[in-house]
Design a protein around this ligand. Structure first.
Ligand SMILES: CC[C@@H](C(=O)O)C(=O)SCCNC(=O)CCNC(=O)[C@H](O)C(C)(C)COP(=O)(O)OP(=O)(O)OC[C@H]1O[C@@H](n2cnc3c(N)ncnc32)[C@H](O)[C@@H]1OP(=O)(O)O
Ligand SMILES: [Co+2]
Length: 138
């Protein structure tokens, strides 16, 4: 059911500080410009690793879904894994059919395609993002 690993989400209280760390690890060219995603309640910065992306996310606004995680993990840390699927609605039905908790309706994510999240307690402790493939495949 799950396809390619698209990105690893890393929560941070400061994208600037984390970006510095990843610039040292991967080089200047790998670290993108941060941008706001108000609909998702996060500020985002992508780091291009050779075989995937690291998605740095910082809380944006009082209702950000990552406030709770950072309260428990003030130094930040690995927040979610994101896998690609060919069809977001078919994937949502599949997870729901397995009795897993899909968190809300699909909405447009940072790559411009629809995403949804599956509750970490139904995924072996890993918050999991499902993303429709930008290439129409997985
Ligand atoms: C950049 C845009 C987009 C993209 O295109 O890539 C993104 O990635 S946005 C990323 C941020 N958005 C989201 O995370 C949306 C989905 N998340 C949620 O709805 C909530 O964060 C949550 C998963 C329901 C957790 O809610 P919260 O209120 O923070 O915590 P709870 O106390 O209710 O948590 C219950 C339980 O789950 C554990 N938990 C929470 N977060 C995680 C996590 N990231 N990884 C693993 N486990 C997590 C939490 O510790 C609780 O466990 P117990 O303490 O054992 O009860
Ligand atoms: Co993500």
């Amino acid at each position: 059911m799950l396809g390619r690993l698209n990105h690893v989400g890393v929560a941070t209280a400061s994208i600037e500080r984390s970006a510095e760390c990843y610039r040292m690890l991967f080089g200047d060219a790998a670290v993108g410009e941060p941008f706001d995603l108000p609909a998702q309640g996060v500020r985002v910065c992508f780091v291009d690793a050779p075989n995937t992306q690291i998605e740095l996310i910082e809380p944006l606004g009082a209702d950000s879904p990552i406030h709770g995680f950072l309260a428990k993990n003030p130094a930040g840390g690995q927040h979610h894994l994101c896998y690609e699927v060919p069809d977001i609605h078919a994937a949502k039905s599949w997870f729901e059919g397995k009795g897993m908790r899909v968190l809300g309706e699909p909405r447009i994510g940072a790559h411009g395609t629809p995403i949804f999240f599956v509750h970490p307690k139904d995924m072996g402790g890993v918050l999991t993002e499902i993303m429709e493939s930008p290439r129409g495949e997985h």
